[in-house]
Write a protein that binds this ligand. Structure first.
Ligand SMILES: Nc1nc2c(ncn2[C@@H]2O[C@H](COP(=O)(O)OP(=O)(O)OP(=O)(O)O)[C@@H](O)[C@H]2O)c(=O)[nH]1
Ligand SMILES: [Mg+2]
Length: 252
């Protein structure tokens, strides 16, 4: 089994990618298990074979512990860890070629609490990778793109699982904008120019510091544009994932 975790900021397209990529893999005659790890989702655009909502109910937590919706989501994120054996058993019994794991909408609940890395480690010992989504319309703004670079790096440092970077919703922005964003991933000077061009005088100092930091840490991202509505970019995304699974390659 290959385990593929789909991560990204709220609304970046995780659930739709889980739906579209699983359809694409199934057309290629692969067995796929879709796992919903988001206890807060009302409706998923795919039918999950394994669903965390079978084990944890946000409504029950709100009522039992008199929590608001966010408090219940935080509690639920931690409770997933206590259900890991049952979730793992269901995934193992299905024994598919691919397991696509749709992670909670609010990424920080998954990535930055203790339970996230525990869940990823404990799920199974099969090969794992993460697909981190850069939301294309959001990344048109170079400062947003830069903050996403830091977030993606923080997520990688939490999980230490090979990470692939996809530029989601590529159908929503013009091709030349896509090219620009992809370029920023590997050319800090291009990113710096873009930030400088739009920053006000007061922001300019900060933006210079940010791009210097990106250079110093040596952050570099190869972004693969994808669209879940048009099912484009999946051949490339799949090829990158296969390279990782075949070679144990570490991608950042
Ligand atoms: N045009 C277009 N819209 C997309 C694409 N992927 C997702 N969307 C839209 O973006 C919105 C959010 O998509 P989701 O898949 O729910 O994103 P998510 O990351 O799972 O969101 P949360 O779990 O709520 O954080 C929805 O309205 C989708 O229809 C895409 O490839 N193209
Ligand atoms: Mg979702």
């Amino acid at each position: 089994m290959y385990l593929i975790f789909i991560v990204g900021t709220a609304g970046s397209g995780k659930s739709h990618l889980t739906a579209a990529f699983s359809d694409w893999l199934k057309l290629k005659k692969q067995n796929v298990t879709c796992v919903n790890l988001d206890p807060g989702v009302l409706r998923t655009p795919y039918t999950p074979e394994v669903d965390v909502r079978d084990f944890i109910s946000i409504d029950d937590l709100m009522e039992k512990y008199e929590l608001g919706p966010n408090g219940a989501l935080v509690m639920a994120a931690d409770l997933i860890a206590t259900e890991i054996d049952s979730i793992k058993k269901e995934i193992e019994e299905l024994n598919s070629d691919y397991v696509l794991i749709d992670t909670p909408g609010q990424m920080e609940l998954f990535a930055f609490r203790a339970s996230g890395p525990y869940i990823v480690n404990e799920l199974t010992t099969d090969p794992k990778a993460m697909v981190y989504l850069f939301d294309a319309p959001f990344c048109i703004d170079p400062m947003n793109y830069a903050s996403n670079m830091f977030l993606a790096t923080a997520v990688h440092s939490r999980f230490l699982v090979p990470q692939v970077y996809a530029l989601s919703k590529a159908d929503l922005i013009p091709k030349r904008e896509l090219k620009k964003i992809i370029d920023w991933g590997t050319r800090t000077d291009a990113l710096e120019n873009a930030i400088e061009a739009q920053a006000s005088d007061t922001k300019r100092l900060l933006s210079h510091g940010i791009t210097r930091l990106i250079s110093r840490i040596g952050l570099s991202f190869t972004l693969t544009p994808i669209s879940s509505t048009e099912e484009t970019g999946f051949i490339n995304l799949h090829a990158i994932l296969m390279r990782i699974f075949a070679g144990g390659e570490e991608v950042i």
